[in-house]
Design a protein around this ligand. Structure first.
Ligand code: ADP
Ligand code: TRP
Length: 321
């Protein structure tokens, strides 16, 4: 099964991103034919700073490789290294009714937030459709906010196929409902916009501990049993634990000998240990940027072959010599 995931490089990754999006993606590569790319043309719709966009693109590649994208199993590239996608975007534009784009929630939300409407922002879903259709994608794992974009892709592909024959495979979105919303240090959904995130790659253990210490907890005095149910520290810690170790932690809460400070320290250790291998890999990639570039360049090469084949079909179908 051909599965495509697109990554918007937007800075430091947090634990919510890891459990909500990255871990399921990394597990997918064991089972499916996974294609993953960094959507830097999409980022251009809102980016104002060339240096920053370059850095974010590189950092995202390093982070994903460090956390487990395996270039031997997954085709991994940067969107702009496969420019065929822009030609397809134009071809698909003709099959995209204005009304379809006008109904896009994500566009309307961005405009409501004060982002100036421009054509790239408006036609963002057509470029996403081109990403998806260029490689006969069957499944697209997405967050709920992106479902509509995959549905639009199906609409556009259907219109094209109706006119020119069965050129495109109709993709399906996959939303992983099992993944719970990971809480931040205040108990609300963890998000980089709410200043409540715990980043995956904190510079030092001390800084990570400081962040964990900020997790909101009740004020039961030390020496009394604590309630783990609904405790943000427990909820975060349990992400890293199997059933047996969850029971052990519950027993420690009920034991009444430890306070929240102990559990915050325990959580810090869980996080620090979970990502220790990834931290080492990250150091290695940061010290060997050429290795990262080579991996991305190999991925793009593979993709360009697939893209050329598809574009030949498309060009033939529409009558472009
Ligand atoms: P943020 O809210 O920090 O801006 P993004 O919107 O960039 O995060 O999300 C990137 C991916 O991580 C999406 O697939 C999203 O579903 C997932 N994700 C982000 N925050 C959480 C969370 N708190 N719990 C579960 N998944 C999350
Ligand atoms: N729009 C997606 C997001 O913001 C990123 C993306 C671009 C994408 N092209 C894609 C995701 C193709 C899946 C498939 O998260």
């Amino acid at each position: 099964m051909r599965v495509l995931t697109g990554i918007q490089a937007s800075g430091k990754l947090h634990i919510g991103n890891y459990f909500g999006a990255m871990k399921p993606m990394i597990e997918l590569q064991e089972k499916e034919e996974l294609f993953t790319f960094i959507a830097n043309y999409h980022s251009l719709t809102t980016s104002k700073d060339a240096k920053l966009l370059r850095e974010l693109t590189f950092d995202a590649a390093v982070d994903y490789l460090s956390l487990g994208i395996n270039p031997e199993k997954t085709t991994f590239w940067v969107q702009s290294d496969v420019p065929q996608v822009l030609e397809l975007y134009w071809m698909l534009s003709k099959f995209t009714p204005m009304g379809l784009l006008e109904r896009a929630h994500s566009y309307k939300d961005k405009v409501a937030k004060g982002i100036t409407a421009n054509h790239a922002l408006f036609s963002y879903p057509v470029l996403m459709a081109a990403d998806i259709l260029l490689l006969d994608t069957e499944k697209v794992p997405v967050g709920k906010d992106q479902i509509q974009h995959v549905e639009m892709t199906r609409d556009i592909a259907t219109k094209f196929n109706n006119e020119y024959g069965e050129i495109f495979t109709l993709p399906e979105h996959v939303v992983n409902d099992e993944v719970a919303t990971i809480p931040g240090i205040d108990g609300q959904k963890m998000s980089k916009s709410y200043d409540n995130a715990i980043d995956i790659f904190m510079e030092t253990e001390k800084k990570l501990q400081k962040r964990c210490n900020k997790i909101l907890s009740s004020s039961t005095p030390l020496g009394e049993p604590l309630e783990y149910d609904g405790c943000h520290i427990y909820n975060l810690a349990s992400l890293f634990l199997d059933e047996q170790r969850k029971l052990e932690l519950q027993a420690r809460y009920k034991g009444g000998e430890e306070g929240y400070g102990h559990f915050k320290k325990y959580l810090k250790e869980l996080i620090w240990d979970e990502f220790s291998e990834a931290r080492e890999k990250r150091e290695m990639y940061l010290n060997n940027p050429d290795l990262v570039k080579d991996i991305l360049s190999d991925g793009a090469k593979k993709m360009r072959i697939i893209a050329d084949e598809k574009m030949l079909q498309v060009r033939n179908a529409v009558g472009i010599l």
